[in-house]
Design a protein around this ligand. Sequence first.
Ligand SMILES: C[S@@+](CC[C@H](N)C(=O)[O-])C[C@H]1O[C@@H](n2cnc3c(N)ncnc32)[C@H](O)[C@@H]1O
Length: 191
Amino acid sequence: MRQDFFPDGVREAALAAAAVDPGKVAADIGAGSGFITEGLLEKGLRVIAVDQSAAMLESAREKFQAIEAIDFRVGDSDALPIADAEVDYVFANMFLHHVESPPKAVKEMVRILKPAGRIVITDLDEHEFEFLRTEQHDRWMGFRRLDIEEWFAQAGLRNVKVDCVGENCCAKSSCGCDSARISIFVASGQK
Ligand SMILES: C[S@@+](CC[C@H](N)C(=O)[O-])C[C@H]1O[C@@H](n2cnc3c(N)ncnc32)[C@H](O)[C@@H]1O
């Protein structure tokens, strides 16, 4: 289902934007079944995978069962189950458009970053496909890149960049009468 929705190039763009170093600790927020987590593990990082859904984390746990470098934590974007300055990197792929308050979620993700740590968010550009809200529980119909820049700046981040991933998110409505093709951005910043 994930592969139909967005391609592996999104993960490559996210990891490249953070220039991750092996041996460091990364948080994957809204980790789902572990798409970003998988890439981080391959690069030799330890991962704290957070999701509000215990069932999603359980499916990730089954997928990565032999791997000790992951810590699964159930928790919400408003109060992440991670201490202040605990991680070197924060990643959030296709997560922000699900939360109630994106600027609040960004601040909370910055809280858990060590000084000089990096955050990378990959998500949808602003779009008009209402069926994603009614059928897929999206709260936000993508984002304006200027808003993302503003929320990053308000959270105290520097070296803020928002670029095109160069890939699209594709989805079909359940009736088959509407289909979406939405560009994806990669936003990064440093604490
Ligand atoms: C579209 S999925 C993306 C999953 C994964 N990041 C990926 O790239 O495949 C969004 C995930 O965010 C989680 N989520 C949504 N709202 C959340 C919140 N407020 N706090 C924590 N997790 C949330 C959902 O349970 C879901 O697993």
